[in-house]
Design a protein around this ligand. Structure first.
Ligand code: NAD
Length: 443
């Protein structure tokens, strides 16, 4: 099938490459000329396991084409996917300007009927706005061309995006058109062979399903962080509590890890956006407001431990930091807990020596000019001359470090762990003072 994808970010690029891999003819359009140039030269602008060979082989085979020209994309695709960003605007609502500008471009260049698929995460009612924009521009240009607008939200996880697109656990199709439904079923047929994963519904329900999924996951995290905070007051260990409740299949073990807060480009913005949408219809969304408030505080948790430990005397401290990405297996630092921590440390006069297996270039891009951040080549180098260690991301390579070396290199034998990677008793055996979330201080 002839497919066009607008936006070659984490969603658009992965989905485009996966569609090309199964034989669809895909053109990707992005406004970022550097990204498109890089892609044409085999440079993949994001880190996502398994993505590079998929993009290069399909590019070489001519099934995946990159362009900055909307006309090229619109002329090519019978199915046009919108996968551009929907960042928060000043008050937290989703900014639809990129989505609507793609709608304008589609209407401007379309000469034949198109199925327009919104894959970006967009508030309920956006398909109506996209439809209206298309109709407006088509009318202005005097083109009576026909089109359908379908909601097809994306559920991939950064760090596992290729596998998630190859083997989706659900394919949500929000449409009121049987013709569009049939075309999307054909598009996704290669990924829908084992059992039927397609769930068809009306457009508004599809739009809300995406927010409901992310908000549910964020709620699980904030709930667990609240339990962690209570465990500290009560002298309990939240890791025992986690295993205790996870054993109930109605609760399950997934997504109940306490930690230093959720980040990334989705949970914070999607929780906020649904709160704003709720307010717009006069509904207070109390659970979601609490989820957001708990998370904001949780991102300050590591700094609180550190500040209290040193009675606020942090000026001149050199901090070793392991983990900059908002989660493992990605280079994405959007809304990462590490950023909140570093900014608090800098404000208190400390300097940071950081290591991350993938996010070093991104950290350089964001904070390059700062003299109080040094990016180090290995996790061991980050410890050189540091006063204590803080962990913000649960990368596999941090799970079994050389504890005697940590003790030897730090001026104080002190570890603040925002992801509960180690056993407190083991840390004591190694002579390390250990703070973990919801487990208090092990001394
Ligand atoms: P991203 O920021 O990585 O990529 C967005 C891309 O769109 C950028 O390359 C940008 O240059 C491009 N763009 C902006 N305006 C454009 C235009 N007018 N024409 C063409 N390209 C344009 O974003 P992302 O993480 O891929 O997310 C995209 C959407 O998918 C968002 O709505 C997000 O909420 C949603 N989503 C993201 C994830 C995720 O894990 N990242 C998962 C599911 C859904």
């Amino acid at each position: 099938m002839k497919v066009t994808v607008f936006g070659v970010g984490y969603v658009g690029l992965v989905q485009a490459a996966v569609f090309a891999e199964v034989g669809h003819d895909v053109v990707c359009v992005d406004v970022d000329e550097n990204k498109i140039d890089d892609l044409k030269n085999g440079i993949i602008p994001i880190f996502e396991p398994g993505l590079t060979p998929l993009v290069t082989s399909n590019y070489d085979a001519g099934r995946l084409v990159f362009s900055t020209q909307p006309r090229h994309g619109v002329e090519h695709g019978d199915l046009i996917i919108i996968a551009v960003g929907t960042p928060p605007d000043e008050d937290g609502a989703a900014d639809l300007s990129h989505v609507l500008s793609v709608a304008t471009a589609i209407a401007t260049h379309m000469q034949t009927p198109k199925i327009i698929i919104t894959k970006s995460t967009v508030p309920v009612g956006t398909a109506d706005k996209v439809r209206l924009k298309l109709r407006e521009v088509l009318d202005e240009l005097g083109k009576p061309t026909d089109f359908d607008v379908v909601s097809n939200p994306e559920f991939l996880k950064e760090g596992a995006a290729v596998g998630d697109c190859m083997r989706p656990d659900r394919i949500i199709i929000g449409t009121d058109s049987t013709k569009a439904e049939s075309k999307l079923r054909e598009l996704y047929a290669p990924f829908n062979r084992n059992h039927d994963k397609v769930i068809v519904m009306d457009i508004r329900s599809a739009e809300l399903t995406k927010y409901a999924a992310n908000c549910m996951l964020a709620t699980k995290i904030s709930f667990m962080n609240e339990m962690a905070n209570l465990a500290e007051y009560f002298g309990a260990d939240v890791e025992h509590v986690r295993r205790g409740i996870g054993s109930d299949p109605r609760i399950g073990y997934q997504f109940i890890y306490p930690g230093c807060g959720y980040g990334g480009s989705c949970f914070p913005k999607d929780v906020q956006a649904l709160i704003r949408s709720a307010h717009a219809v006069g509904y207070p969304a109390r659970i979601l407001e609490s989820v957001e408030a708990v998370n904001k505080e949780q991102k300050m948790k590591l700094f609180d431990y550190i500040y209290r430990h040193f009675n606020g005397h942090l000026a001149g401290k050199k901090v070793a930091l392991w983990g900059l990405a908002f989660k493992p297996n990605t280079d994405d630092m959007r809304e990462a807990s590490s950023r909140v921590l570093m900014e608090q440390l800098w404000q208190a006069g400390a300097t940071v020596q950081a290591y991350d297996p993938q996010a070093m270039d991104e950290a350089q891009r964001i904070y390059g000019s700062r003299s109080d951040l040094k990016l180090m080549g290995t996790k061991e180098a980050a410890l050189d001359g540091a006063d204590f260690l803080v962990i913000c991301t649960e990368w596999q390579v941090f799970r079994a470090p050389d504890f005697p070396l940590i003790k030897e290199k730090l001026s104080e034998p002190l570890v603040f762990d925002g992801r509960n990677l180690y056993e407190p008793d083991r840390m004591l055996e190694y002579g390390l003072l250990y703070y973990a979330i919801g487990r208090g201080l092990s001394v």
